[in-house]
Every structure is written in structure tokens, then in C-alpha cells.
Write a protein that binds this ligand. Structure first.
Ligand SMILES: [Zn+2]
Ligand SMILES: [Zn+2]
Length: 251
């Protein structure tokens, strides 16, 4: 077999250049083998966020003792908590978009490692309850056919393996395709989403501590609708785990 072939395989499995800036990786950067330290340093974390919906908070927000945004104080959502370590902006947004458009194996590994590391810290510090089961946010079969995979399912699978939590890929279903949510206000979004998710078997979630896994939480409306469905079917609690939270989507 010629050397070039093996070199191509090696480069695909262990890239020596940063996925974002194409700079050469060396030293400790080779540990992650995917991003250089400069690009990793550009990741924007989401430290000052609402404890419930993870919406980034500003100084002018009404702040209670537990750092809840005004909306969660007025009308608490059905989920117990959203955990999203990063803000959905460059370079995290770029990595997530590439992962979703290409089913990029290395990006799945990188993003699920980042999410797992963060969650492991939260679990070790007893900041969150360890769920019994992970459920990926489902996609409609037509979307899955177009894209070829469900990014949330890939993430849930990887995170479940790293945290040793079972994943159920089939209990949550999305039998109805939803139209773009972009131009809708919150009430319209919830109406648009209502009835679009279903459970294959309600007994699977009864009495269980659940974490729903998604790649990005945009407005929290999908998380709210899914959490309502799970809690209506007897789930003990519902957390939502995602890599990133989109700021300033409040309407
Ligand atoms: Zn870089
Ligand atoms: Zn909130």
C-alpha cells in the first residue's frame, strides 16, 4: 500500500492542523488534536445565565437570589434546568453548523467531549442531579432523510457513553414536521410546536429523572414543549443538556 494512502488515513483520524484556523498543532495542542489553543480560547462561555432557562443575563435583568430571568420568575417552564456551557456564537456556532451539515465524526467527538467535561464537573460538584436516562430531541423522518442523521442523537450517544448514562433513542418521536420558528413570537412558537412531539411508550418515562439532549437551545420553546410532554407522562424531572444557548431571542 503506498505511503500517501496511509498518510491520508492518519490525517483524517489525527489531524495535525486546527479545524478552525488551519494553523499547525503542536505540543499539548496535539492532545485534543482538533483545535489550537488560540481558537479554544475564543470559545465564549455562558457563566451569567438564568439558572432555569440558561438565557444569558444582563445587568438590567431583575435578579432574584437564585439568578432567575424575569420570564422564568413569571411563568416557570416545564423543564427543571437547561445546562448549556457555551454561547451560540463564533467559533462554537461554526463548529456546530459544520457538525450538523457534514455528520463530522471528529466534530461530534470534540463537541460531545466539551459537553461531557462540563456536565461531569456539574455532577461531581453536585450542582445537578444525575439523570436515569438521556433522550435526544427527535427530528422528523423527512429531516433525518435529508440530513442523513440526527445530530442530537449522535451527541446523546457520545455523552451517554462518557457519563455512563443509558440513552433511549426511540421513546421521543416527532411525527409532525414543524415550520420555521424564526419569525414567530413565543406564544406562536409554542402553538407551532404543540402536538409535534409524541412518546412511543409513556411507561418508559414514568418516575424517571430525564435529561433531554440537543445541540443548541435557541428560545427554549422546544425544551418547554418536550418537558411538558414528559412530565404529563409522569417523568420525575426534566433537565435539558445542550452545547450552546442562543442569546437575545426573547420575544
Ligand atoms: Zn486554530
Ligand atoms: Zn430563565
Amino acid at each position: 500500500m503506498d505511503k500517501g494512502f496511509w498518510r491520508q488515513i492518519q490525517d483524517a483520524l489525527f489531524p495535525r492542523t486546527c479545524l478552525l484556523c488551519r494553523g499547525r498543532l503542536d505540543g499539548d495542542e496535539m492532545v485534543s488534536r482538533l483545535l489550537c489553543n488560540d481558537c479554544l480560547g475564543d470559545f465564549e462561555c455562558n457563566p451569567k445565565a438564568c439558572h432555569r432557562c440558561a438565557e444569558p443575563m444582563t445587568q438590567t435583568e431583575p435578579v432574584s437570589g437564585t439568578l432567575l430571568c424575569g420570564r422564568c420568575q413569571k411563568k416557570p417552564p416545564a423543564f427543571h434546568q437547561i445546562l448549556a456551557p457555551y454561547l451560540y456564537c463564533y467559533p462554537v456556532s461554526e463548529l456546530i453548523q459544520r457538525f450538523k451539515s457534514q455528520d463530522h465524526m471528529l466534530l461530534n467527538r470534540l463537541l460531545s467531549d466539551l459537553l461531557s467535561d462540563y456536565l461531569m464537573g456539574q455532577l461531581d460538584a453536585e450542582m445537578i442531579k444525575r439523570p436515569d436516562i438521556l433522550l435526544p430531541v427527535p427530528t422528523h423522518w423527512r429531516t433525518r432523510l435529508q440530513r442523513g442523521f440526527n445530530p442530537a442523537a449522535c451527541l446523546a450517544d457520545a455523552v451517554g457513553r462518557q457519563l455512563a448514562i443509558p440513552v433511549n433513542m426511540s421513546v421521543l418521536r416527532k411525527p409532525v414536521m414543524t415550520h420555521s420558528q424564526h419569525d414567530l413570537n413565543r406564544a406562536q412558537r409554542l402553538k407551532n410546536l404543540d402536538q409535534s412531539f409524541a412518546l412511543r411508550d409513556g411507561t418508559e418515562v414514568q418516575g424517571r429523572e430525564i435529561a433531554v439532549v440537543d445541540d443548541v437551545v435557541t428560545t427554549g420553546s422546544t425544551a418547554d414543549v418536550i418537558a411538558s410532554l414528559l412530565r404529563d407522562n409522569g417523568a420525575a424531572s426534566v433537565q435539558v443538556w445542550a452545547i450552546a444557548r442562543t442569546p437575545n431571542q426573547r420575544r
